[in-house]
Each structure stands twice: as C-alpha cells, then as structure tokens.
Design a protein around this ligand. Structure first.
Ligand SMILES: [Zn+2]
Length: 296
C-alpha cells in the first residue's frame, strides 16, 4: 500500500518537473491553483466579481455599471450639465422679464432681453494700471480683476505699437446706469435713448467686464471715428489675443440691438474671444451656435 502511494506521488512530482522544464509558467499556474484551492477560491465567477466589485462586494451580485468615455461625453453634452445652457443662466420673472442667474460668470450674456438683478455688484473690482482719459478716483475706473489684468496686458502690447489708447468707462452700478439713462430719455425720449444707452440692468458695464476705450486723437470721446484710427483698427484685429471682443460690431446692429461701438471692449477670456473673432460673430451668435440658445 505504502509503496503504491509512493509510486503515485513520484509520478505526480515527475509530471510537475517535466511540465516546469517544458514551460516555466506552468509552475506558477500550478502554485496559484494550489493556493486558490487552499483559500477556497476555486470558482471563476467569484474571482471576477472580486475584481470588478471591490467597493460593493455583494456575494453573487455581478452587475457592473460601466461608464465608457462615450457615455460620459453624451452626459456632458446634455443641457442640464452645461452651466452655460439657457435654462441654467436665466429665470423668467412673473412680469415676463428674463433675469440672469449666472451673474458672476465671465461669459455672462447681458443684452436688451437679459437683465442683471438691480442689486448685482461684481465681487472683486480693481482699477487696472492703464492710462485713463480723466484723472482722479471714479467708479468707472474699476473692472473685475480678471478683465483688469487682461486690459493691462493689452495696453502694454499697444504701447509697443506706439498706439495712443485711453480707458474711459468701465464698471457702472445699476443706480448710475439708471441716472444716465433717465437723463438721456428726458432729453431725446426713451426709444432714442435705448439705441445708444442701455436700460438699467441691461448694461454690460454693470458686470465689470466691459471697458470703453478712446484716444486723444478723438479728444477722449466715444465716437465712430475711433474705429477708423490706427488704434481702433488695431483693437479690432488684436483684442481677442487678450480675451476681449468688440461687443457691438458694424453690421450686427440687429443682432446686438445696439449701434456700432468700436470702443466697447468686453472680456470673455482668450478661448471664447478667439472663437468669436475667427468666426466673425457676436456674443449672442456664439450662444446660439455653441450653447443652443433660442434663435435671436
Ligand atoms: Zn460701453
């Protein structure tokens, strides 16, 4: 009997030696199988579920939720996940007015349809280190810090080109806009006033992301002639490199709702500014094309 057991063991050991010599990996496989047998993990399914459900290891539950990159993209593409989607940037007031909800976004869209709340004041307002058309302290020297820094870079580049640029009007509170509009409306009527001046709540200057630029060559005034100067032409071709767009371009009056303003720069960040510049579109058209806003 003992002899027979000894013979069987010798045959098994002999087979292992032959297998190992023929293929060294066999020893690893045999060792792993032996270990798993000892640990009681001989079932293939249970090993699979161990690997895939390491966080939620219910016995016998092999359901897996796999998120492929494609699934993720589809999710991101849905409007509810896009912070700039129309419904995520607007509420409709009971009087029918569209009120902006993403007031602090660098891509906030303010126009004759979309109103900033009367009490909205941007967070961090600073005075950019650039030349102004007037001396002293004034609210209209301020910009949001992101826009202020970009404007400083733009002015440095303009200086290298020996351009004569002056900043003249940046941040404007709701109350100041109201005073300006009311005075203009008193002089030429509400409709006439709204062709060049915004209703309170509808001015981009309330965001702290817009700055009007001028030049001593036009006596520091905001006039169309500025667009024909070397300064105005340079801005049109280069402002996007610093994250600005010419917000009210020529020929787009029906889209923006405002007359041509070669002096009004709006900060939107370099990526968006470049897109808008390259396509030759307005901020309104950008939102229609890229963020599926209702047609203008
Ligand atoms: Zn302006």
């Amino acid at each position: 009997m003992q002899k027979r057991i000894l013979l069987i063991c010798s045959i098994i050991v002999g087979m292992i030696i032959i297998l190992t010599v023929a293929n060294p990996k066999s020893l690893m496989v045999i060792t792993t199988m032996a270990q798993e047998y000892v640990n009681g993990y001989v079932n293939d399914d249970s090993r699979a579920s161990d690997k895939n459900n390491s966080q939620n290891n219910k016995p016998g539950d092999n359901k897996q939720e796999i998120t492929t990159p494609k699934d993720k993209n589809q999710k991101d593409g849905q409007p509810q996940d896009n912070p700039l989607a129309f419904e995520n940037t607007t509420t409709i007031h009971k009087n029918g007015k569209q009120i902006i909800t993403n007031t602090d976004s660098l891509l906030v869209l303010v126009n004759k349809k979309r109103n900033l709340p009367a009490d909205y004041v941007p967070g961090k307002l600073v005075i950019p280190n650039v030349s102004f058309s007037f001396p002293g302290e004034h609210q209209k020297k301020y910009l949001r810090s992101e826009a202020a820094q970009a404007l400083e870079e733009l002015f440095q580049a303009a200086k290298k080109e020996k351009l004569d640029l002056l900043a003249t009007s940046g941040y404007r509170s709701y109350q100041r806009q109201k005073a300006i509009f009311d005075a203009k409306a008193k002089a030429i009527g509400v409709e006439g006033a709204n062709r060049t001046s915004a209703y309170p709540g509808q001015s981009e200057h309330q965001t702290g992301l817009a700055m009007d630029l001028t030049s001593t060559k036009v006596s520091g005034q905001l006039v169309e002639k500025f667009g024909e100067l070397k300064e105005g032409k340079w801005l049109k071709e280069n402002a996007h490199k610093f994250g600005f767009i010419i917000r009210y371009p020529k020929g787009k009056e029906t889209v923006t709702g405002y007359n041509y303003e070669p002096w009004h720069l709006r900060f939107v960040g370099k990526e968006t500014a470049e897109y808008i510049f390259t396509k030759g579109i307005t901020l309104e058209e950008y939102f229609v094309q890229v963020h599926d806003y209702p047609q203008i």
